[in-house]
Design a protein around this ligand. Structure first.
Ligand code: NAI
Length: 261
């Protein structure tokens, strides 16, 4: 029998970009990666909010570190420039987490539908491929290159009044699978997380009693998750030891998507 092969579960020294990292799951991911020794680019719309997360990470005294970059992922020119800056400042990119997003309700019968469509598809689908293509030359140089796309359980099914978001999130799953196939020969893994109901900026406005009713009715674990619980799954996907995991679509949803009644 071959000797047992210990595989590395360390991302110490890895250089990671997280989009939408000023809040919610992106912020939790930035903290977790830095706590595991990685060098993290905290990117989001507002420089001040990125700086605040970087300060939190510095104050926490982790082994890793973080730096802030303002990055609006809906702007293709900015994406190329900022990803290049980060790669230069860090001396490479090993990990990309496409996480930035928002939720705009969209009633298909209303004029405003069109207004919700384009920004939703830009930020939550087109930006993923643009970030990946901008990071690709650097990922190709990495020893264990990893891409994680944050989709949603709305990529696996659909809630009412939300179809641009549903379309974007289904698209993220398709993009993940397509690129996992295309980039597999280079050893670049591309995986996708599908969070269920999580306590973040996006769900902040939902009243607590509605959250409780929804969770008890729909979620086997009967609660919303905290963003750290999703960040830990993202970490699992980017470990050097996750080298044979690609094209995976991983619900982190408390059982939401397997419950029929
Ligand atoms: P959040 O609101 O706490 O964080 C999202 C971050 O993305 C914010 O800091 C926001 O400024 C940033 N962002 C928005 N547009 C951007 C742009 N154009 N460029 C750069 N950054 C931008 O929300 P959350 O929940 O942490 O969202 C993260 C991801 O998780 C999103 O893709 C969302 O669709 C997804 N998701 C969230 C769920 C939830 O229940 N909270 C469930 C399933 C998926």
């Amino acid at each position: 029998m071959e000797p047992y092969q210990p595989l590395s579960r360390s991302i110490a020294g890895k250089k990671a970009i997280v989009t939408g990292a000023a809040s919610g799951m992106g912020r939790a991911t930035a903290h977790l990666f830095a706590s595991e020794g990685a060098q993290v680019a905290v990117t989001d719309l507002d420089q001040g909010k990125c700086d605040a997360v970087v300060q939190e990470i510095a104050d926490a005294g982790y082994d890793g570190s973080a730096d802030a970059w303002a990055l609006d992922v809906s702007n293709p020119d900015v994406i190329t420039a900022v990803v290049g800056d980060i790669a230069q400042a860090f001396g490479g990119i090993d990990i990309l987490v496409n996480n930035a997003g928002f939720a705009i309700p969209a009633d298909v019968a209303e004029e405003s539908y069109e207004k919700a469509w384009s920004p939703t598809l830009e930020v939550m689908l087109s930006a993923h491929q643009r970030m990946i293509r901008a990071a690709l030359p650097h990922l190709r140089e990495a020893e264990h290159p990893r891409i994680v796309n944050v989709a949603s359980t709305e990529g696996l099914g659909a809630s009412p009044g939300n179809s641009p978001y549903v379309a974007a999130k289904h698209g993220v799953i398709g993009l993940t699978r397509g690129l996992a196939v295309d980039l597999g020969r280079e050893g670049i893994t591309v995986n996708c997380i599908c969070p269920g109901p999580i306590r973040t900026g996006i769900t902040d406005a939902i009243p607590e009693e509605h959250k409780t009713i929804y969770a008890k009715r729909r979620v086997p674990l009967r609660r919303y998750a905290i963003p750290e619980e999703v960040a830990h799954m993202t970490l699992s996907c980017v470990l050097p030891s996750a080298a044979f995991l690609t094209g995976a679509v991983i619900p982190v949803d408390g059982g939401l998507t397997i419950k029929n009644a």
